[in-house]
Ligand binder design. Sequence first.
Ligand code: ADP
Ligand code: MG
Length: 676
Amino acid sequence: MTNTPNQLDQISGIGPQTIKKLEKINIINPSNLLFHFPSRYLDFSHITKIKDAQTDSSITVTGKVLDFKNIYTRHGKNIQKAIIQDSTGQMELLWFNQPYLSSSINIGSIISFAGTVTLYQNKKTIISPEHGQYNTGKIIAVYPETQGLGSKWFRKTIQNNIKFLVSQIEENLPKSILKEYNLHYLESALFQIHLPTNDKLLNLARLRLALDEILSLQSQSYLTKKEWLSKQPQNVLNETPKIKKQIKSLLDSLPFKLTSSQKEVWQEIKSDLLSSQKIMNRLLQGDVGSGKTIIALLAAYLTHLNNFSSLIIAPTEILARQHFQNFEKFLKPFKVPIFLLTANNKVDLKKIPHNSIIIGTHAVIFRKVELGDQVGLLVIDEQHKFGVKQRAFLNSSIKQPHTLTMTATPIPRTIYLTFLGNLELSTINALPENRKKIKTFLVPNHKKMDCYRWVENQIKTTKCQAFIVCPFIEESETLTSIKSAKKEFEFLSQSIFPNLKLALIHGKMKSEEREKVIADFQANKINILITTPIIEVGVDIPNASIIIIQSADRFGLASLHQLRGRVGRGQEQSFCYLFTESNNQKALNRLQFIQGNHNGLKIAEYDLKTRGPGEAFSIIQHGFPSLKLANLSDLKLIKLSEKILSSIIAQNPNFDLNKLIKENTNAYPLNPSVIS
Ligand code: ADP
Ligand code: MG
């Protein structure tokens, strides 16, 4: 986009010391400086005579300095006081603790001052006014201050060099588009964002630059999709009449009927799988408990019937085992070779049949190579839980099979249109009918005991079971979180529930031990399962109808929604208790939101609005680009950008979209078969 020279020292006012300071905030060339946008503005464009200065208005006045004093008060405070005069009157100026001003505000000189007029001791006064040409007489930019470089420094340096800086920038949008959509030229937008003429032009400038940010992401997504579409599947699947019948028998053998929503997404996925022209790259989203697994199972069965293998990858061993059990259960009558592959469960992949279903944790990923070309389908469950490295490996190793990614974190439309347009999207938008809403309650500290007593009583009278989730401490489970879970387990078993059977699971247990605990819990030999947040995804135990989440304020809303989804899977009324010790109003608002909302998409959108994309979506957290102006919940902006991109492509098919991809977003890994 730019042909900016890399040299900051070409800029007046920048020497070696400053270069070092700028480096610390990643400003290493003139373009970075130009893209260091103001965080807000002060409107001092109203230039007035002293007589006409109204209290409470922001103004600039110019006058002769009649007096300047440095005053030390009895209370040890330091005040600077000046009097200025123009042709219409006098005015007082007041600063606190800025004795160095005496060097730039000389008695007798004529200087412009800007600020808000107040009445101080019944005299018109400006408190802490700005002064000098860079800071008065116009709308002035306030910059994020850092590392010994204040807002004033940026203001002065950028104002002094703005012509040079913008002259280095090349317009990246076609002229016809700028005209059609009435957009600012990039050059003028960059000028206006630092030195706005007025509100209206500033807003247009911000719009243009925000559009550039979204266009950059959408272009990347578009190019990735185009490349993906250019590939052809090497393992083509068919649905012969015989296979059709076999799938029907599987469907008939299930203990439930697919919901209409499940039927729809199965049709979408099936038609992708049967295409000989393109490789499936589809994201299946569906709220917790909406029944995504059975869809993956159908896809894997179709692949099996075509004599290819499927690879199903789950984020935790617990979940891989659960899938394995479910697949075995549902596919038992149909004699499908199914293998569980985890770090603890070795399978010689070279010796297994070519029509297997292999279910495992990320351990599978690293052995995918051994499977060679027999893989026809890759299913990635709860995709957002995978690390970047693993995903990169998945995409780099051997030829790309049809890929189905599943997530229970619903993707707001804006996020989809910006980042994930390279994926086809299928949505299961309704839960199976028999589900009851999970009653959710916020429990402050002083009500904890009441809650525990109620839970005990409920367990004794209805024979239901409960989860207690220990606080989320760190992103990945560490010894610290395990230690605290162990302590909590001891406390709860000895002091709170001495008459019930409790057990603990965490991620660092031997898998046989953990499996035994889960099996016991499944068999209702355990009343309460204490756990670190590892059960967040997937675990399906219908008799568990109570979940207590400790320090709920430490979790993201998507995680809370997932955790809550661990209950409400059976016929009984389920309950979710959110413990919190927080008094922070924002935190409480978030918890209240989840208390009153059960729709995953609404929750995700709320999270996006209140916390921003990085935190709200672990899904796209890694390498998330720093959007400076664009707001990712602004559907209007994102749709406009989408429209502009389509216009560009339609009007000029040879236009190089790479021109729209900005340097600072290049780091963002948009891989074809993964969400991020
Ligand atoms: P998720 O979408 O969260 O992965 P699962 O696939 O684990 O959900 O399904 C949750 C539960 O619902 C499972 O016990 C599954 O067998 C059951 N289920 C799936 N589809 C249906 C359906 N159409 N009717 C009733 N129960 C269903
Ligand atoms: Mg699932």
